[in-house]
Write a protein that binds this ligand. Structure first.
Ligand code: GSH
Length: 213
């Protein structure tokens, strides 16, 4: 099976897919789409993904966009280790947390949204940073309550789930943009344990071939 991931080192959504691939031990080629240079809006990439977003995964079977759809596809085709619990209710709870991050936090802080605030809405960088931190910290406040109730090493027990896969990149991003994550000690503790895993370390932005140091 050949597999290629179109992504960008600093993209949270690409980082999610990298973690999933690494946890499952699946080999893949990386194709860098330089978001800082606008490569996602180029004709070539938009032929693949008309939405103009990374990640985009191609394997022998098909091409897929949307990180959560990609991860669930990988999980169904390569079920071991599973990223979702066996029980329907537990699965719904894991997906709910993944969606809290992927739908309710991440889109408000995306590159295109921050650029729009600056360029079209005429906001200064300070105001954009305040926007970013406000939405991350609001989202993390709700997640902190879930993290406080966690009984295992990670958000839902002692195995990595889709929820953890969404948490790690959002925490990395929050640190980069200097959100006050010290306010969320339970999330920080879980994120620290996740980052000690070799699969998570391998997926870190700084470890990617297109990383700019
Ligand atoms: N919901 C999408 C979000 C994808 C997305 O927003 N990707 C960002 C990088 S994290 C992107 O390509 N941004 C390009 C832009 O904002 O122009 C997913 O989960 O895959």
């Amino acid at each position: 099976m050949t597999r290629a991931l179109y992504g960008y080192w600093r993209s949270s959504a690409s980082y999610r897919v990298r973690i999933a691939l690494a946890v499952k031990g699946l080999a893949y080629e990386q194709v860098a789409v330089n978001l800082a240079q606008g490569a996602q809006t180029g004709v070539g990439f938009k032929l693949l993904n008309p939405q103009g977003f990374v990640p985009y995964l191609i394997d022998d079977t098909a091409g897929l966009n949307q990180s959560l759809a990609i991860i669930e596809y990988l999980d169904e085709v390569h079920p071991d280790p599973s990223l979702l619990p066996g029980d329907a209710l537990a699965r719904a709870r894991v997906r709910a947390v993944a969606l809290q991050i992927a739908c309710d936090i991440h889109p408000l802080n995306n590159l295109r949204v921050l650029k729009y605030l600056r360029a079209e809405m005429g906001q200064e960088q300070d105001a954009v940073d305040t926007w970013y931190r406000h939405w991350v910290e609001t989202g993390f406040s709700a997640l902190e309550e879930i993290a406080e109730r966690a009984t295992g090493a990670y958000l839902f027990g002692d195995t990595v789930t889709l929820a953890d896969i969404c948490l790690v990149p959002q925490m990395w991003n929050a640190r980069r943009l200097q959100a006050d994550i010290a306010r969320f000690p339970a999330l920080v503790a879980i994120d620290t344990r996740l980052n000690a895993l070799a699969a998570v370390t391998a997926a870190r932005p700084e470890a990617q071939p297109d990383a700019v140091r």
